[in-house]
Ligand binder design. Structure first.
Ligand code: DAH
Length: 329
Protein backbone atom coordinates (compact mmCIF):
# COMPACT_ATOMS: atom_id res chain seq x y z
CA UNK A 1 0.00 0.00 0.00
CA UNK A 2 1.28 3.44 -0.81
CA UNK A 3 -0.04 7.00 -1.22
CA UNK A 4 -0.18 6.70 -5.01
CA UNK A 5 -2.24 3.54 -4.90
CA UNK A 6 -4.72 5.10 -2.51
CA UNK A 7 -5.09 8.13 -4.74
CA UNK A 8 -5.57 5.97 -7.83
CA UNK A 9 -8.19 3.90 -6.07
CA UNK A 10 -9.93 7.05 -4.92
CA UNK A 11 -10.05 8.43 -8.49
CA UNK A 12 -11.39 5.16 -9.98
CA UNK A 13 -14.15 5.01 -7.38
CA UNK A 14 -15.12 8.63 -8.01
CA UNK A 15 -15.46 7.88 -11.72
CA UNK A 16 -17.70 4.88 -10.98
CA UNK A 17 -19.87 7.03 -8.67
CA UNK A 18 -20.16 9.61 -11.38
CA UNK A 19 -21.27 7.00 -13.93
CA UNK A 20 -23.83 5.39 -11.67
CA UNK A 21 -27.31 6.46 -12.71
CA UNK A 22 -29.68 4.75 -10.26
CA UNK A 23 -30.06 4.11 -6.56
CA UNK A 24 -29.87 0.35 -6.90
CA UNK A 25 -26.36 0.40 -8.39
CA UNK A 26 -25.27 3.23 -6.09
CA UNK A 27 -26.26 1.19 -3.03
CA UNK A 28 -24.40 -1.81 -4.39
CA UNK A 29 -21.30 0.32 -4.81
CA UNK A 30 -21.68 1.82 -1.34
CA UNK A 31 -21.79 -1.67 0.18
CA UNK A 32 -18.79 -2.79 -1.82
CA UNK A 33 -16.67 0.11 -0.63
CA UNK A 34 -17.94 1.18 2.76
CA UNK A 35 -19.79 -1.96 3.91
CA UNK A 36 -18.61 -4.42 6.62
CA UNK A 37 -16.89 -6.62 4.07
CA UNK A 38 -16.04 -3.75 1.75
CA UNK A 39 -12.76 -2.23 0.58
CA UNK A 40 -12.42 0.14 3.53
CA UNK A 41 -12.59 -2.67 6.10
CA UNK A 42 -10.28 -4.73 3.94
CA UNK A 43 -7.65 -2.00 3.69
CA UNK A 44 -7.94 -1.07 7.34
CA UNK A 45 -7.29 -4.69 8.21
CA UNK A 46 -4.05 -4.47 6.24
CA UNK A 47 -2.85 -1.48 8.32
CA UNK A 48 -2.01 -3.67 11.24
CA UNK A 49 0.87 -5.21 9.26
CA UNK A 50 2.54 -1.84 8.80
CA UNK A 51 5.15 -0.14 10.82
CA UNK A 52 3.57 2.20 13.38
CA UNK A 53 4.79 5.40 11.67
CA UNK A 54 3.55 4.29 8.27
CA UNK A 55 0.40 3.08 9.97
CA UNK A 56 -0.32 6.62 11.08
CA UNK A 57 0.26 8.35 7.72
CA UNK A 58 -1.49 5.72 5.62
CA UNK A 59 -4.30 5.48 8.11
CA UNK A 60 -4.87 9.21 7.75
CA UNK A 61 -4.68 9.03 3.95
CA UNK A 62 -7.08 6.13 3.88
CA UNK A 63 -9.67 7.80 6.10
CA UNK A 64 -9.54 11.04 4.12
CA UNK A 65 -10.00 9.15 0.81
CA UNK A 66 -12.89 7.08 2.15
CA UNK A 67 -14.58 10.07 3.77
CA UNK A 68 -14.46 11.86 0.46
CA UNK A 69 -15.85 8.82 -1.33
CA UNK A 70 -18.60 8.61 1.28
CA UNK A 71 -19.46 12.27 0.74
CA UNK A 72 -19.56 11.84 -3.04
CA UNK A 73 -21.83 8.80 -2.77
CA UNK A 74 -24.19 10.69 -0.45
CA UNK A 75 -24.31 13.67 -2.78
CA UNK A 76 -24.97 11.42 -5.73
CA UNK A 77 -27.77 9.68 -3.80
CA UNK A 78 -29.46 13.01 -3.11
CA UNK A 79 -29.12 13.98 -6.74
CA UNK A 80 -30.69 10.74 -8.01
CA UNK A 81 -33.58 10.97 -5.51
CA UNK A 82 -34.34 14.54 -6.58
CA UNK A 83 -34.31 13.57 -10.24
CA UNK A 84 -36.61 10.60 -9.64
CA UNK A 85 -39.05 12.86 -7.83
CA UNK A 86 -39.15 15.32 -10.71
CA UNK A 87 -39.77 12.53 -13.17
CA UNK A 88 -42.61 11.13 -11.08
CA UNK A 89 -44.27 14.51 -10.95
CA UNK A 90 -44.12 14.78 -14.71
CA UNK A 91 -45.74 11.42 -15.31
CA UNK A 92 -49.39 11.51 -14.26
CA UNK A 93 -49.98 8.85 -11.70
CA UNK A 94 -51.91 6.02 -13.27
CA UNK A 95 -53.24 3.38 -10.96
CA UNK A 96 -53.94 0.33 -13.08
CA UNK A 97 -55.56 -1.45 -10.16
CA UNK A 98 -58.49 0.99 -10.08
CA UNK A 99 -61.78 -0.33 -11.49
CA UNK A 100 -62.64 1.08 -14.93
CA UNK A 101 -64.98 4.02 -15.29
CA UNK A 102 -68.49 3.12 -16.36
CA UNK A 103 -69.36 4.38 -19.82
CA UNK A 104 -72.57 6.34 -19.46
CA UNK A 105 -74.90 5.58 -22.32
CA UNK A 106 -77.01 8.38 -23.68
CA UNK A 107 -80.60 7.90 -24.75
CA UNK A 108 -82.92 9.35 -27.31
CA UNK A 109 -84.91 12.33 -26.03
CA UNK A 110 -88.58 11.41 -25.40
CA UNK A 111 -89.74 14.03 -27.92
CA UNK A 112 -87.40 12.67 -30.61
CA UNK A 113 -88.67 9.20 -29.80
CA UNK A 114 -92.26 10.31 -30.30
CA UNK A 115 -91.30 12.00 -33.59
CA UNK A 116 -89.71 8.79 -34.89
CA UNK A 117 -92.73 6.76 -33.88
CA UNK A 118 -95.17 9.16 -35.56
CA UNK A 119 -93.09 9.24 -38.72
CA UNK A 120 -93.14 5.45 -38.81
CA UNK A 121 -96.89 5.23 -38.38
CA UNK A 122 -97.70 7.68 -41.16
CA UNK A 123 -95.00 6.37 -43.47
CA UNK A 124 -96.54 2.92 -43.17
CA UNK A 125 -99.94 4.19 -44.28
CA UNK A 126 -98.53 5.89 -47.36
CA UNK A 127 -97.66 9.44 -46.25
CA UNK A 128 -94.55 11.13 -47.62
CA UNK A 129 -92.40 12.91 -45.03
CA UNK A 130 -91.33 16.44 -45.94
CA UNK A 131 -89.43 19.10 -44.02
CA UNK A 132 -89.91 22.85 -43.85
CA UNK A 133 -88.42 26.16 -42.71
CA UNK A 134 -88.60 27.51 -39.20
CA UNK A 135 -87.86 31.08 -40.31
CA UNK A 136 -90.79 31.94 -42.49
CA UNK A 137 -92.36 34.63 -44.59
CA UNK A 138 -95.66 35.82 -43.08
CA UNK A 139 -97.32 34.90 -46.39
CA UNK A 140 -96.76 31.16 -45.77
CA UNK A 141 -97.51 31.29 -42.08
CA UNK A 142 -100.65 33.44 -42.35
CA UNK A 143 -101.82 35.05 -45.59
CA UNK A 144 -101.86 32.00 -47.84
CA UNK A 145 -103.56 30.04 -45.06
CA UNK A 146 -106.56 32.34 -45.29
CA UNK A 147 -105.38 34.54 -42.43
CA UNK A 148 -105.16 38.02 -43.97
CA UNK A 149 -103.41 40.91 -42.22
CA UNK A 150 -106.53 42.17 -40.51
CA UNK A 151 -107.66 38.74 -39.39
CA UNK A 152 -108.06 38.54 -35.59
CA UNK A 153 -106.60 35.03 -35.47
CA UNK A 154 -103.17 36.50 -36.19
CA UNK A 155 -103.27 37.68 -32.61
CA UNK A 156 -104.22 34.28 -31.19
CA UNK A 157 -100.75 32.99 -31.87
CA UNK A 158 -98.23 35.21 -30.09
CA UNK A 159 -95.75 35.54 -32.89
CA UNK A 160 -92.01 36.12 -32.66
CA UNK A 161 -91.46 38.60 -35.48
CA UNK A 162 -87.99 38.99 -36.98
CA UNK A 163 -88.99 41.95 -39.13
CA UNK A 164 -92.26 43.20 -40.64
CA UNK A 165 -92.43 40.29 -43.08
CA UNK A 166 -90.39 37.54 -41.44
CA UNK A 167 -91.22 35.48 -38.39
CA UNK A 168 -90.50 32.24 -36.55
CA UNK A 169 -93.27 29.99 -37.76
CA UNK A 170 -96.09 29.64 -35.27
CA UNK A 171 -97.42 26.45 -36.81
CA UNK A 172 -96.28 23.69 -39.15
CA UNK A 173 -99.28 24.50 -41.36
CA UNK A 174 -96.89 26.70 -43.39
CA UNK A 175 -95.68 23.48 -44.95
CA UNK A 176 -99.10 22.97 -46.55
CA UNK A 177 -98.52 26.05 -48.67
CA UNK A 178 -95.01 25.07 -49.74
CA UNK A 179 -96.23 21.63 -50.81
CA UNK A 180 -99.40 22.87 -52.56
CA UNK A 181 -97.42 25.54 -54.39
CA UNK A 182 -95.53 22.80 -56.22
CA UNK A 183 -98.97 21.42 -57.25
CA UNK A 184 -97.82 17.85 -57.71
CA UNK A 185 -101.22 16.33 -57.12
CA UNK A 186 -102.41 14.22 -55.37
CA UNK A 187 -100.71 15.15 -52.08
CA UNK A 188 -100.33 12.97 -49.01
CA UNK A 189 -97.65 14.34 -46.70
CA UNK A 190 -96.70 14.83 -43.11
CA UNK A 191 -94.14 17.27 -41.78
CA UNK A 192 -92.73 17.36 -38.26
CA UNK A 193 -90.81 20.19 -36.69
CA UNK A 194 -90.33 23.03 -34.27
CA UNK A 195 -92.74 25.94 -33.97
CA UNK A 196 -92.50 29.09 -31.83
CA UNK A 197 -94.94 31.16 -29.82
CA UNK A 198 -94.43 33.72 -27.11
CA UNK A 199 -95.99 31.61 -24.39
CA UNK A 200 -94.53 30.03 -21.26
CA UNK A 201 -96.35 28.15 -18.53
CA UNK A 202 -96.90 24.60 -17.33
CA UNK A 203 -98.67 23.66 -20.59
CA UNK A 204 -96.73 25.91 -23.01
CA UNK A 205 -93.10 26.52 -23.97
CA UNK A 206 -91.90 29.20 -26.42
CA UNK A 207 -90.67 26.39 -28.69
CA UNK A 208 -92.57 23.18 -29.19
CA UNK A 209 -93.11 20.56 -31.87
CA UNK A 210 -95.98 19.92 -34.22
CA UNK A 211 -96.79 17.43 -36.87
CA UNK A 212 -98.72 18.61 -39.87
CA UNK A 213 -100.64 16.25 -42.15
CA UNK A 214 -102.14 17.14 -45.51
CA UNK A 215 -104.06 15.14 -48.06
CA UNK A 216 -105.27 16.68 -51.30
CA UNK A 217 -106.96 14.49 -53.88
CA UNK A 218 -110.21 14.09 -55.75
CA UNK A 219 -112.08 12.04 -53.19
CA UNK A 220 -111.18 12.66 -49.60
CA UNK A 221 -113.73 13.36 -46.91
CA UNK A 222 -114.07 14.11 -43.22
CA UNK A 223 -114.59 10.46 -42.26
CA UNK A 224 -111.25 9.58 -43.90
CA UNK A 225 -109.65 12.26 -41.73
CA UNK A 226 -111.41 10.96 -38.64
CA UNK A 227 -110.32 7.40 -39.40
CA UNK A 228 -106.66 8.44 -39.73
CA UNK A 229 -106.66 10.43 -36.51
CA UNK A 230 -108.57 7.84 -34.58
CA UNK A 231 -106.25 5.04 -35.66
CA UNK A 232 -103.14 7.08 -35.06
CA UNK A 233 -104.17 7.94 -31.51
CA UNK A 234 -105.34 4.40 -30.68
CA UNK A 235 -102.04 3.09 -31.96
CA UNK A 236 -99.96 5.69 -30.13
CA UNK A 237 -101.72 5.18 -26.81
CA UNK A 238 -102.10 1.43 -27.13
CA UNK A 239 -105.94 1.60 -27.24
CA UNK A 240 -105.77 3.00 -23.77
CA UNK A 241 -107.54 6.36 -24.14
CA UNK A 242 -110.81 8.21 -24.55
CA UNK A 243 -110.94 10.58 -27.52
CA UNK A 244 -113.43 13.26 -28.37
CA UNK A 245 -113.87 15.30 -31.55
CA UNK A 246 -115.14 18.80 -30.88
CA UNK A 247 -116.21 21.22 -33.57
CA UNK A 248 -113.93 24.23 -33.73
CA UNK A 249 -112.63 27.01 -35.92
CA UNK A 250 -109.44 27.41 -37.96
CA UNK A 251 -109.22 29.95 -40.79
CA UNK A 252 -107.63 27.41 -43.12
CA UNK A 253 -110.15 24.57 -42.64
CA UNK A 254 -113.89 24.29 -42.92
CA UNK A 255 -115.43 22.44 -41.25
CA UNK A 256 -112.86 22.31 -38.44
CA UNK A 257 -112.52 20.21 -35.34
CA UNK A 258 -110.30 19.80 -32.33
CA UNK A 259 -109.51 16.53 -30.68
CA UNK A 260 -109.23 16.15 -26.93
CA UNK A 261 -107.91 13.29 -24.86
CA UNK A 262 -109.02 12.47 -21.37
CA UNK A 263 -106.25 12.96 -18.81
CA UNK A 264 -105.81 10.70 -15.78
CA UNK A 265 -107.50 13.29 -13.57
CA UNK A 266 -110.57 13.31 -15.82
CA UNK A 267 -109.84 16.64 -17.55
CA UNK A 268 -109.89 16.86 -21.35
CA UNK A 269 -106.65 18.06 -22.97
CA UNK A 270 -106.67 19.44 -26.50
CA UNK A 271 -104.02 17.75 -28.60
CA UNK A 272 -104.77 18.52 -32.20
CA UNK A 273 -106.69 20.55 -34.73
CA UNK A 274 -107.99 19.28 -38.03
CA UNK A 275 -110.50 19.87 -40.80
CA UNK A 276 -111.22 20.02 -44.51
CA UNK A 277 -108.88 22.42 -46.29
CA UNK A 278 -110.69 25.74 -46.83
CA UNK A 279 -111.48 26.38 -50.54
CA UNK A 280 -109.76 29.78 -50.20
CA UNK A 281 -106.47 28.03 -49.42
CA UNK A 282 -106.82 25.81 -52.50
CA UNK A 283 -107.76 28.88 -54.51
CA UNK A 284 -104.67 30.75 -53.23
CA UNK A 285 -102.59 27.85 -54.50
CA UNK A 286 -104.39 27.81 -57.85
CA UNK A 287 -105.75 24.33 -57.25
CA UNK A 288 -109.16 23.73 -58.77
CA UNK A 289 -111.34 23.40 -55.67
CA UNK A 290 -114.25 22.01 -57.68
CA UNK A 291 -112.09 19.05 -58.63
CA UNK A 292 -109.79 18.64 -55.63
CA UNK A 293 -110.53 18.51 -51.96
CA UNK A 294 -108.18 18.45 -49.02
CA UNK A 295 -108.05 17.50 -45.39
CA UNK A 296 -105.41 18.46 -42.85
CA UNK A 297 -104.44 18.03 -39.24
CA UNK A 298 -101.88 19.46 -36.83
CA UNK A 299 -100.83 17.58 -33.69
CA UNK A 300 -98.92 18.89 -30.68
CA UNK A 301 -96.09 16.44 -30.09
CA UNK A 302 -95.33 17.50 -26.50
CA UNK A 303 -98.98 17.20 -25.58
CA UNK A 304 -99.33 13.59 -26.64
CA UNK A 305 -95.96 12.67 -25.10
CA UNK A 306 -97.06 14.26 -21.81
CA UNK A 307 -100.27 12.29 -21.85
CA UNK A 308 -98.52 9.07 -22.61
CA UNK A 309 -96.05 9.35 -19.73
CA UNK A 310 -98.23 11.30 -17.29
CA UNK A 311 -95.98 14.39 -17.36
CA UNK A 312 -97.63 17.43 -15.86
CA UNK A 313 -95.24 20.24 -16.78
CA UNK A 314 -94.21 20.55 -20.44
CA UNK A 315 -91.13 22.59 -19.47
CA UNK A 316 -89.54 19.38 -18.11
CA UNK A 317 -88.74 18.35 -21.67
CA UNK A 318 -86.37 21.23 -22.29
CA UNK A 319 -84.58 21.73 -18.98
CA UNK A 320 -81.90 19.10 -19.60
CA UNK A 321 -82.52 17.70 -16.16
CA UNK A 322 -80.81 14.30 -16.18
CA UNK A 323 -82.96 12.78 -13.45
CA UNK A 324 -86.02 13.53 -15.62
CA UNK A 325 -84.44 12.35 -18.87
CA UNK A 326 -82.95 9.16 -17.36
CA UNK A 327 -86.48 7.84 -16.90
CA UNK A 328 -86.77 7.39 -20.65
CA UNK A 329 -83.65 5.20 -21.09
N1 DAH B 1 -101.99 24.95 -37.04
C1 DAH B 1 -102.95 24.71 -35.99
C2 DAH B 1 -102.40 25.20 -34.66
O1 DAH B 1 -101.23 25.39 -34.57
C3 DAH B 1 -103.28 23.27 -35.90
C4 DAH B 1 -104.07 22.81 -37.09
C5 DAH B 1 -105.41 22.90 -37.09
C6 DAH B 1 -103.42 22.30 -38.18
C7 DAH B 1 -106.16 22.47 -38.17
C8 DAH B 1 -104.14 21.88 -39.30
C9 DAH B 1 -105.51 21.97 -39.24
O2 DAH B 1 -103.59 21.37 -40.35
O3 DAH B 1 -106.21 21.55 -40.32
O4 DAH B 1 -103.12 25.36 -33.74
Amino acid sequence: MNKKKIFKFYKVVLKIVEDTKDLYNLNKLKKKILGKKGYLSFMLSKLKFLHSLKKKTFGKELYTAFNRIKMCINLKEKYIRKKNCEQENNIKFFDISLPGRKIRKGAIHPITNTIHEIENFFYNIGFKIVSGNEIEDEYYNFTALNIPKTHPSRNIQDTFWIDKKTLLRTQTSNIQIHVMKKRKLPIKIISLGKVYRNDNDIKHTPMFHQIEGLIVNKSVNFSNLKWIIHNFLKNFFNHNISIRFRSSYFPFTSPSAEVDIKEKNGDWLEILGCGMVHPNVLKNMKINYNEYIGCAFGIGIERITMLRYGILDVRNFFENNLSFLNQFK
